[in-house]
Design a protein around this ligand. Structure first.
Ligand SMILES: [Zn+2]
Length: 194
């Protein structure tokens, strides 16, 4: 009997209609400057994406620290002038990774806000008190940084050459890319029809 608990049960790749990956990346990703895209491209071809190295290439410092309960991460300009990301050491690795990608995205998209506000601090829902639009932007870019579309698509096709997306696929890919199952489900949802 087929498992029926998953969001993707019974859904299949719609091969003829599959969207091209160049159309898949978020508007935030597509609007990054060519310089930035060239700089981060080599990191996006590695699995899982080495976020620490990616952050360093942008001049950022990342610290895993015991943050207050309910705080997932923050970014601010430190005394030495370096932008510093802090991520809560008490959260799971996949959560920490998404949080780091979210803070990197704030840096790439919202640097002036970081400066004006003396930093951004995100709670467990990755909300900071800034307008929700700002957080959606950071989340969309974060997803593109930790789950680069063309590589996810290639993997998904490789594992599921018969076209079926199952719970096992989601689990396998989320493990390999170091992301939560929920994040991978949302990403895979971009590739399937219906
Ligand atoms: Zn945020």
């Amino acid at each position: 009997m087929q498992r029926s608990s998953g969001r993707f049960s019974g859904r299949r790749w719609a091969k003829p209609e599959m969207r091209r990956t160049s159309e898949m990346a978020s508007i935030e990703f597509r609007h990054l400057s060519k310089n930035v895209r060239d700089l981060i491209a080599p990191f996006l071809s590695q699995k899982p994406v080495p976020l620490g190295a990616l952050a360093r290439s942008l001049g950022l410092r990342v610290k895993v620290a015991p943050l207050d309960r309910g705080v997932s991460g923050s970014i601010r300009k430190a005394e030495d002038g370096v932008y510093e990301i802090r991520v809560n050491k008490f959260e799971t690795r996949s959560r920490q990774r998404f949080t780091i990608a979210h803070e990197i995205s704030h840096f790439l998209l919202h640097k002036s806000i970081i400066d004006e506000q003396d930093g951004i601090k995100d709670n467990i829902l990755l909300r900071s008190g800034l307008p929700q639009k700002i957080e959606y932007e950071a989340n969309r870019l974060a997803a593109d940084l930790i789950m680069p579309d063309d590589f996810i698509e290639r993997d998904a096709r490789r594992y599921f050459s018969d076209g079926a997306i199952t719970e096992e696929v989601v689990e396998q890919l989320s493990d390999e890319w170091g992301v939560s199952k929920a994040a991978m489900e949302i990403k895979l949802g971009n590739f399937v029809a219906g």
